[in-house]
Design a protein around this ligand. Structure first.
Ligand SMILES: [Zn+2]
Ligand SMILES: [Zn+2]
Length: 97
């Protein structure tokens, strides 16, 4: 799984998928929502790119368009408030966004 904010690989930490670069742990409900959507998605490596307000597909690392991934044919539109409100993510300057 990839971080939807910075495209880094998410790692398991204290039982939660976590973006180490962004110091952001996924909530349990978000983790379940994403895992169920992307269980069979292709999990190849993606290039890391700290583009400020882009959102990335957790399944394949492609840039989302209106929270929709064309490669996976999966929409995260219904999760957008949870993604924005409950998942502050640290950027390269150490600020959360
Ligand atoms: Zn991240
Ligand atoms: Zn995708």
């Amino acid at each position: 799984m990839f971080c939807f904010r910075c495209r880094n690989k998410l790692v398991e930490k204290n039982g939660h998928l976590t973006c180490m670069a962004g110091d952001m742990a996924l909530s349990t409900s978000m983790e379940e929502s994403l895992l169920s959507r992307f269980l069979n998605a292709n999990n190849s490596e993606a290039a890391v790119d700290m583009d400020k307000l882009s959102w990335y597909c957790p399944g394949c690392g492609e840039t989302l368009k209106d929270f929709f991934c064309e490669s996976c044919d999966v929409s995260l539109w219904d999760l957008r408030f949870q993604l924005i409100e409950y998942h502050p993510h640290k950027n390269s300057e150490g600020n959360y966004f």
